[in-house]
Design a protein around this ligand. Structure first.
Ligand SMILES: Cc1cc2nc3c(=O)[nH]c(=O)nc-3n(C[C@H](O)[C@H](O)[C@H](O)COP(=O)(O)O)c2cc1C
Length: 305
C-alpha cells in the first residue's frame, strides 16, 4: 500500500506471519529517470523476505528498463500493478487503466518477464475497468499466457474504487480459469472472513491491505484460526500501545526521529482507532513530533477509563 507498507511495516507484518510482502508501488518511468525517492522505495531487508517490488507503468520498454533498476535490490519477485484506481495513475494509462487493453497488459508483462532474469513476475489486478467491462477471466488468461507466476485479484472494478462489498465470485472464477496460483484480495478484516474467502473462492492465498492497518497481529490470528479453529485474543490496549511504540522506534531507527515520527502519525491513529476515550487524543496523535511525546500519549491511552 502506497504511503503505508514501508520496510518497517513489511517486517512487522512478516514477523506476525504474513506469507510475503510487497513494496509500495514504484514508478517505472521515475526509476529510469534516476529518481532517488523511487529508488529508496525499493530498499529491502532480510527480515521482510520473501518480498516483491511492485512496479507501475505503461510502456513495455520502460517497464523492462525499470526491472534492471529493481534487480540490484534483490527482490524475491517483481509485481506489476494493474489495479491502482487513483486518477493520477489512470491518467498516465497505468495501474487499472491497463485492464482496458488486455493485449497491451500482456505485452508489458512479457517485457518484464524477459527482463527479470528468471525472477518470478506476478500481477495485481482488479476485475475490470468499469462495471460494464468486467474482463477478469480474459485478463487472467492473457497474463498466464505471458508468463505471470501468480495473479492477485482485488475483487472490484476500478469504477467501484473501495466500495463494499468486494466481488469474491469473480475471484473464484479467476481461480477456476487459470493454472497458476491466485491470491484473493478485498475486504478481509478478520480470521473468520479470511477462512470464508478461502472456502468460497478456492484461492491459494489471501492478500490483506486495510485489515492490517494498526493491527499487524491479524496475520497471526488468521494463521492460528486456519490451523486450529481458534485464535489468540486481540491485544488489549496496553499491548496495542506497546506494539505502536515498538513500531515507532523501528521507524525512528530507520529514518531518524523527525522523518520517522511524521510517518508514524498515521500508524498511531490506526493503532488507537476504536480504543475507548482515545478520540479526544486524536489531534495530538496526528501532530506528534517526538518519540517521548508518543510515549506520553500511549500512557494516557492506557489510563483511559
Ligand atoms: C492507502 C492505500 C494504498 C494502496 N496502495 C496500493 C499499491 O501501491 N499497490 C497495490 O497493488 N495496491 C494498493 N492498494 C490496494 C490494496 O492493496 C488492496 O488491493 C485494497 O485495499 C483491497 O484490499 P483490502 O480490502 O484488504 O484493503 C492500496 C490501498 C490503500 C488503502
Amino acid at each position: 500500500m502506497a504511503g503505508v507498507t514501508d520496510g518497517v511495516f513489511r517486517s512487522i507484518c512478516r514477523s506476525f506471519g504474513a506469507a510475503y510482502t510487497v513494496t509500495e508501488m514504484v514508478s517505472a518511468k521515475a526509476l529510469t529517470l534516476g529518481d532517488i525517492k523511487s529508488k529508496e522505495l525499493m530498499a529491502l531487508s532480510d527480515s521482510e523476505r520473501p518480498v516483491g517490488i511492485q512496479l507501475f507503468g505503461n510502456d513495455p520498454a520502460v517497464m523492462a528498463k525499470s526491472v534492471a533498476e529493481a534487480l540490484p535490490f534483490q527482490p524475491d519477485f517483481i509485481d506489476i500493478n494493474m489495479g491502482c484506481p487513483a486518477p493520477k495513475i489512470v491518467k498516465i494509462h497505468s495501474g487499472s487503466y491497463l485492464l482496458r487493453d488486455p493485449y497491451h497488459a500482456g505485452e508489458i508483462l512479457k517485457a518484464v518477464v524477459n527482463a527479470a532474469s528468471g525472477i518470478p513476475v506476478s500481477v495485481k489486478m482488479r476485475t475490470g475497468f468499469d462495471e460494464g467491462s468486467k474482463n477478469y477471466v480474459e485478463m487472467a488468461k492473457i497474463l498466464e499466457a505471458n508468463g505471470a507466476a501468480l495473479i492477485a485479484v482485488h475483487g472490484r472494478t476500478r469504477e467501484r474504487m473501495y466500495m463494499p462489498p468486494a466481488d469474491w465470485t469473480a475471484i473464484k472464477e479467476v481461480k477456476r480459469s487459470v493454472g497458476i496460483p491466485v491470491v484473493g484480495n478485498g475486504d478481509v478484516f478478520s480470521p473468520e472472513n479470511a477462512k470464508r474467502m478461502y472456502e468460497e473462492t478456492g484461492v491459494d492465498l489471501i492478500m490483506i491491505g486495510r485489515g492490517a492497518l494498526g493491527k499487524p497481529w491479524l496475520f497471526k490470528q488468521i494463521n492460528e484460526y486456519l490451523s486450529t479453529g481458534s485464535y489468540s485474543p486481540t491485544p488489549d490496549n496496553e499491548a496495542r500501545m506497546q506494539m505502536m511504540l515498538k513500531h515507532a522506534k523501528m521507524i525512528c531507527e530507520a529514518r531518524g526521529e523527525n522523518h520517522g515520527m511524521f510517518d508514524m502519525r498515521k500508524h498511531a491513529l490506526w493503532y488507537t482507532k476504536g480504543i475507548r476515550g482515545s478520540n479526544r487524543l486524536r489531534n495530538q496523535f496526528s501532530t506528534v513530533k517526538t518519540l517521548s511525546e508518543l510515549e506520553a500519549l500511549a500512557e494516557a491511552v492506557c489510563k483511559q477509563k
